[in-house]
Ligand binder design. Structure first.
Ligand code: HEC
Ligand code: HEC
Length: 234
C-alpha cells in the first residue's frame, strides 16, 4: 500500500500531518473535514497538580502493574507519558460514548473539560523522550507504515497520535482488533487496521511494546509531585 513513501520521515509535525493526510486520502480512509475538525478541538490549559488529586481514582486500575481487565482479558493501558491532547481526546470520547467502554464512560462522565485537561496534564507530566540510540530498532514490515504517525521510536509524531512505546502488547493487539471490527471507530485507524493479519498484529504489538523508554504505569500517585515541588522550591 502507501507504505513505500510513508517510510521517509518528514522533518516537522506539520509536514508529517500533511503527509499522513495525503496518505489517508490516497487510500481513501480519512476525509479532510474529519481530520481538520479533530485538529481544531480547543483544549483548556491543564493544571497538573490539581490533576494529580483527580487521578488518584484512576490509578486503582491504571496504576497497578500487570493489572488486567477481567473480560476481555487484556492489560489496562499505560497512560503516564502519553501526549496530553490524546489523553484528553480519549476521555472526551469515552464521556460522550463515541468511544464505547462502559467502565471508562462512568469514569469520564463526572469530569468537566477542565478536569480532563488537568488529569491529562498530570498523566503526561513525565513526557516520553526518544531513546538515546540514534537509530531505534528496525520495525517489522507490517509496522513500517505505522511509524509515519506513531514514530519509529513509538512516540506519536503529533499530539493527536498516541505514543505506543512501552504500551502493553495485549492492549495494542486488542485496540487493533477493535479497529478491525469497527467496534472502536476512527477513520484513520479503521483503514490502517483493515488488512492486518493476526500474525502482523502480534509482530506490531511486540515491536512497539518493546520500545524503551516508553509509557509507564504511575504506581505512586503523589510521589512525583512531592519530588517536583521539592525541586521547584529551591
Ligand atoms: C475500573 C478500572 C479503570 C478505572 C478506575 C479507570 N480506567 Fe481508564 N481504562 C480502563 C480500561 C480497561 C481501559 C481500556 C478501555 C478500552 O479498551 O477502550 C481504559 C482506557 C483509558 C484511556 C485510553 C487510553 C488509550 O491509550 O487510548 C484513558 C485516557 C483512560 N483510561 C483514563 C482514565 C482516567 C483519567 C481515569 C480516572 C478518572 C481512569 N481511566 C479510570 C480501566 C479503568
Ligand atoms: C495517519 C496517521 C496514523 C497512521 C499511519 C497509523 N495510526 Fe494508529 N493512530 C492514529 C490516531 C489518530 C489514533 C487515535 C485514534 C483514536 O482516537 O481511536 C491512533 C491509534 C492507534 C492505536 C490505539 C492506541 C491507544 O492508546 O489506544 C494503536 C494500537 C495504533 N494506532 C496502531 C497503529 C498501527 C499498528 C498502525 C500501522 C498499521 C497505525 N496505527 C497507523 C494515527 C495513525
Amino acid at each position: 500500500m502507501a507504505g513505500r513513501w510513508l517510510r521517509s520521515q518528514a522533518s516537522s509535525s506539520v509536514r508529517v500531518a500533511a503527509t499522513a493526510l495525503k496518505a489517508g486520502v490516497a487510500i481513501g480512509i480519512v476525509s479532510l473535514a474529519a481530520a481538520t475538525a479533530f485538529a481544531q478541538q480547543a483544549q483548556p490549559m491543564g493544571d497538573a497538580q490539581r490533576g494529580a488529586t483527580l487521578a488518584s481514582t484512576c490509578l486503582g486500575c491504571h496504576g497497578i502493574e500487570g493489572y488486567r481487565n477481567a473480560y476481555p482479558d487484556y492489560a489496562v493501558p499505560r497512560l503516564a507519558g502519553q501526549h496530553p491532547q490524546y489523553l484528553a481526546d480519549a476521555l472526551k470520547e469515552y464521556r460522550s460514548d463515541a468511544r464505547q467502554y462502559p467502565t471508562m464512560h462512568l469514569q469520564a462522565l463526572s469530569l468537566s473539560d477542565q478536569d480532563i485537561a488537568d488529569v491529562a496534564a498530570y498523566l503526561a507530566s513525565k513526557p516520553l523522550v526518544a531513546t538515546s540510540s540514534a537509530s531505534p530498532p528496525q520495525p517489522p514490515q507490517p509496522a513500517v507504515v505505522c511509524t509515519s504517525c506513531h514514530g519509529q521510536n513509538g512516540i506519536g509524531v503529533t499530539p493527536m497520535y498516541p505514543s505506543l512505546a512501552g504500551q502493553h502488547a495485549s492492549y495494542i493487539a486488542r485496540a487493533l482488533q477493535e479497529y478491525q471490527t469497527g467496534y472502536r471507530k476512527n477513520p484513520i485507524m479503521n483503514g490502517m487496521a483493515a488488512s492486518l493479519k493476526p500474525t502482523d498484529i502480534t509482530a506490531i504489538a511486540d515491536y512497539f511494546s518493546s520500545l524503551k523508554p516508553g509509557l509507564h504505569t504511575e504506581s505512586r500517585p503523589f510521589f512525583r509531585w512531592t519530588d517536583h515541588s521539592a525541586k521547584a522550591s529551591h
